[in-house]
Design a protein around this ligand. Structure first.
Ligand SMILES: Cc1cc2nc3c(=O)[nH]c(=O)nc-3n(C[C@H](O)[C@H](O)[C@H](O)COP(=O)(O)OP(=O)(O)OC[C@H]3O[C@@H](n4cnc5c(N)ncnc54)[C@H](O)[C@@H]3O)c2cc1C
Length: 386
């Protein structure tokens, strides 16, 4: 058993950390407040090759795996810049296309993922279906060689920044009449695709949208892979999604604990002692640090299994990692706010600005309850209640 990163992975971690710190949480919050995007950070990360670490070298990427992408997600978040677009674009969309796209789709899309010039967001959630993706109502119908997509999606992140959205729809299976999922790469400026921005209580430069698809006409080659690729393609994106979102959570937890530790190690309100010398202040922080570190262990275990091609085992670990990191990040940020006292609620100290994001991390992209359902069924052998 080996808990060490390789030298290259260590160098990647140091380099991404340095990049993240040059921008920092102040930059992230300023962009959010101004209604702008973190374009400079994204572009620089892309030029340095950090956004394409998991893309095969033949397409201009780093040739690494989800471990490398998790490192990028964690370190940017640990610098106060948790970027959800890293989860939807290089983790989900690029994996789906690399694993299940046609040769032509790989040639068309992967080089853009490799240098970060291409952003593809991901749309599965629907207002009626919610956590139950078996109820998806977005339908893809054949019209000659073309496809026509109709339906509604909600909470879709980053549509305003992306060139394409990977839409999960269902087609009518010609042989059985049963509906089955299929994934389509839809240009965000396609005729018939409209969006409206959701007002969210999250301080972030990244936005969520309602999407309306009204007979969006797509050419035959917008279908990822072929008609039988839908389900495996959808599942192939899930482990990378859970692992990278967990890494983002762990990074955010580290960021909050670091801010809090700096503060409590210097703040004095009872004579010469720092508030951190009081165990009522230090223990909650230490407890949060333990939870974050436990989550990190599971994240890198899941990433190692995934990169070794052990998808089923990776699935269990990725779900557990996502659960653990979601809880740990929320605990770490809440504790960081508490030990700052009033300063914790100011924008200046840069911790309360993360409350909305970490709270959302217990709901999205998969809720803590749906992970507990997964563990109960697949690890503990319990029956489904739904
Ligand atoms: C910030 C943010 C960004 C997002 N970005 C994207 C995106 O880019 N693309 C995308 O497709 N979606 C995105 N989502 C949507 C997200 O994946 C969903 O919100 C999430 O999967 C939960 O679905 P729901 O909101 O419909 O909740 P519901 O399914 O309505 O569930 C409501 C509550 O009931 C619980 N619940 C439901 N069923 C069960 C059950 N069987 N057992 C126990 N508890 C249950 C849930 O856990 C939840 O707590 C985003 C959401 C947020 C908040």
């Amino acid at each position: 058993m080996n808990f060490d990163l390789t030298d290259e992975q260590d160098q990647l971690r140091d380099a991404v950390r340095a990049l993240g710190r040059r921008y920092g949480h102040g930059y992230f919050v300023a962009k959010a407040r101004a209604g702008e995007h973190t374009t400079e950070l994204w572009d620089e990360a892309g030029r340095l090759g950090y956004l394409g670490v998991n893309i095969p070298t033949e397409y201009g990427g780093g040739g690494g795996g989800i471990i490398e992408l998790a490192i990028v997600c964690e370190e940017l978040a640990a610098a106060g810049c948790p970027l959800l677009l890293l989860v939807v674009s290089p983790a989900i969309a690029a994996t789906v296309i690399a694993r299940h796209g046609t040769g032509e789709q790989r040639r068309q899309f992967l080089p853009g993922f490799a240098d970060g010039s291409l952003k593809v967001v991901f749309a599965i959630t629907e207002p009626e279906a919610g956590s139950n993706f078996h109820r998806l109502g977005t339908v893809a119908r054949r019209d000659g060689d073309d496809w026509l997509l109709s339906g509604r999606k909600c909470y879709i992140s980053g549509v305003d920044e992306a060139q394409f959205v990977l839409v999960v729809a269902r087609t009518e299976d010609a042989t059985t009449g049963k509906l089955k999922p299929a994934l389509f790469v839809v240009p965000t400026n396609a005729a018939g695709l409209t969006r409206s921005k959701l007002d969210m209580e999250i301080v972030s430069p990244e936005n969520q949208f309602l999407l309306y698809l009204d007979d969006v006409r797509l050419p035959a080659d917008a279908l990822v892979g072929d008609l039988d690729s839908g389900l495996p393609a959808l599942f192939s994106g899930l482990n990378p999604e859970r692992i990278t979102v967990a890494a983002m959570g762990a990074g955010t937890g580290r960021y909050a604990i670091e801010r809090a530790s700096e503060y409590t190690a210097t703040r004095k309100v009872w004579g010469g002692r720092t508030i951190g010398s009081h165990q009522g202040v230090a223990h909650p922080l230490a407890h949060a640090a333990v939870q974050v570190e436990l989550a990190r262990l599971m994240i890198y275990k899941a990433a190692t299994l995934y990169d070794a091609g052990r998808d089923l085992e990776a699935g269990v670990s990725a779900n557990m990692a996502k659960y653990a990191a979601g809880e740990a990040a929320a605990l770490a940020v809440d504790t960081a706010v508490q030990v700052h006292g009033g300063a914790g609620m100011t924008t200046e100290y840069g911790v309360a600005t993360l409350l909305g994001a970490v709270r959302a991390g217990r709901i999205a992209p998969v809720s803590r309850e749906m992970i507990l359902n997964f563990v109960a069924q697949h690890v503990l052998g319990q029956d489904k209640s739904y």
